[in-house]
Each structure stands twice: as structure tokens, then as C-alpha cells.
Write a protein that binds this ligand. Sequence first.
Ligand SMILES: Nc1nc(=O)c2c([nH]1)NC[C@@H]1CN(c3ccc(C(=O)N[C@@H](CCC(=O)O)C(=O)O)cc3)C=[N+]21
Length: 332
Amino acid sequence: MLRSAIRQFLTQTRFLVTDTAQTVHQKNSNILYGKPIARRILNECHNECAEFVNKYQCRPRLVTVLVGGNESSKLYVRNKQRIAEHVGIDFQVINQLMHTTPSQLIDTIQSLNQDHSVDGIILQLPLPLHLIDKTQQFIDIIREDKDVDAHTSPNGYLYRQSPPPLVTIPVVAAVREMLLEIGEPLQGKDVVVIGRSKYVGTPLALMLSQSSTTAKDSLVSGATVTICHRHTHLNNLTWYCKNADVIVSAVGRPKLITQRMVKKDAIVIDVGISKSWTDKAVAQNKQFVGDVDFHDVQRVARWITPVPGGIGPVTIACLISNLLRLARHRRQ
Ligand SMILES: Nc1nc(=O)c2c([nH]1)NC[C@@H]1CN(c3ccc(C(=O)N[C@@H](CCC(=O)O)C(=O)O)cc3)C=[N+]21
């Protein structure tokens, strides 16, 4: 017990003094943890937040609209709240009833748009089934300069080159942070993105294939990207993955990616999350799992991100960073 506590302490302090993945690699680990990266981003946010409070005599304010609320959504919202408040952000949740009508939801969003004290608006997804078809219409009501998730059409999809969007979709920004940490050029590499969802897979594939103008860009873009999805034949998925230098999986299917699908020394980034209700998972409090069979793939990958503790915490940190950017932009 004591020994494991000491080991945990040592691992944590190691990350406090470690700022590049390279150093972690030297310590003989190929696991790319998200927590230290998130911590670094949140430290900056904390300072920016203090400056903001000093300057404007109020805290930056983030409001999440939660309609109905399945258990996973509630958990994500609680996580965001805990971290936002830790940084010094005023975080509010508006709980809308499950059977909210479209016009009620529109009214809620419009009043948040008009409220000068609100710096960022999140419409927590997924919406209940009776509203799900209109998701993009609701999102597009959000003022572009309060859109912390970068889900509105003008912000979204990274399509727009100029003027560049104010903020990037948090999960895309999180993958970017992970790749910057690894520090190897993606330009000319073969990347497979699994999943083509509107707010995750598709924008990720776009970022990774975009042309790179700066040296920093070339660490996260300029790759040859293949998008695999539910209609990709399983044999072909295996082939695409096996030939890829980088695999980014964002579908939410446990153990989709196994060792036999991964080339030696590939980089594997696990963006998937599923909830597992097996007795073992519940007993060990390991309900969240990614798309990658972690222990299997860890043996061949050069870098692998765990779930939990990988992309998730960095995503939240990037969301908070977006909020501070928007708050300063709108109020200056
Ligand atoms: N409008 C909207 N914006 C979102 O950003 C959004 C959304 N809707 N709907 C759902 C997904 C999911 N998502 C997660 C973020 C962080 C973790 C996270 O922190 N995960 C922890 C595990 C959580 C725990 O164990 O407590 C980890 O990976 O370490 C998970 C999931 C944001 N989403």
C-alpha cells in the first residue's frame, strides 16, 4: 500500500519536471499521458483567468445547456465544472427537461447570446432523440464569439482559412497538443482516422491533411489521411491500419484496434470513449474504455495514449483555453 503510494508520488513528480514526451520515452515508457499536458495548459489558463478578473472585475463565465441528460453527459459536465471552477471560471449548468421543445431550446440559447455576462455557451451533445435531427440548427444559433466548442458552422470543420476561426474544436486541439508533444513531423506520413463524425473524425482528418506553413504545423498536418468508417470492410480496416504510421481512432468501440492491426513503432491515439458495464469494470471503477486494446497494442506502438487519462483531460483543458480566448476577445 505504502509502496504503491510512493510509486504514485514519484510518477506524478516525474511529470511535474518533465515537459516533453522525449524525456518520458527515455524513462522507458511509450505511454503518452494527457494529465501533464492538461496541467500545463490549465496552469496558463489559471494565470490568464487571474489577469482577466483583475482587468474586468468579474470572472469569465461558461454556461452548459444540458437537455435531459444521460448519465455519461452528466458525468462529462461534472468533470468540466470541476476543472473550470478550479481555474477560476464561473461555470453554470442549465438543465432543460427531457421533453423540451425546439422553441424552448432556441429561447434558452438566444437569451445566453444576449446576456453580456456569458462568455461561452456549450450545448451538450447528444440531444434527446426528438431533437437530434436539428442539432446543427440549434448549434448555429450560438453566437460565433461564444462558441467554445467550435461547433457552429462558421467555426466548425476547419474549412475556413481566412479569417481563421477564433477557436478550434477542443478534441481536435487536444490531438494537436499530443502530436506536438511527440514532436515528429507528420508531413508525408500515412495516417488513418477511424470515424467520420461531424465534430470529431471529420475535422480531425481535415487538420491532419491540411497544408502546413510553419514548422510547428508540419508536426500536426501535411499527412496522407485515410478515413475509415462503419462501411469500411474489416479486412481493409486491418490493412489500412497495419500500413499506417499514425492511427487515430474515434468511434467508441472497445478493443477495435488490436496488436495485429498496428505496425511496429506506429503512433496510436485513442480518441474513442465507451462506457463498460461489465462487473469487472464496475468493480475496478474502470468503466471508461477507449477503442484500443491498450495492453495488447502497447507492446508494438512507439507512442500510445491511454483511456482514461489520455485525450480526455487535454480536451477539457483546451475547452477552458478556448473560453478564456473568447472572453478576452469579446470584451476587449
Ligand atoms: N457539446 C459537447 N462538447 C463536448 O466536448 C462533448 C460533448 N458535447 N458530448 C460528449 C463528448 C465527450 N467529451 C468528453 C470530454 C472529456 C472526457 C474526460 O475527461 N474523460 C476522462 C475520464 C472521465 C472520468 O473517468 O471521470 C479521461 O479520459 O481521463 C470524456 C469525454 C466531451 N464531449
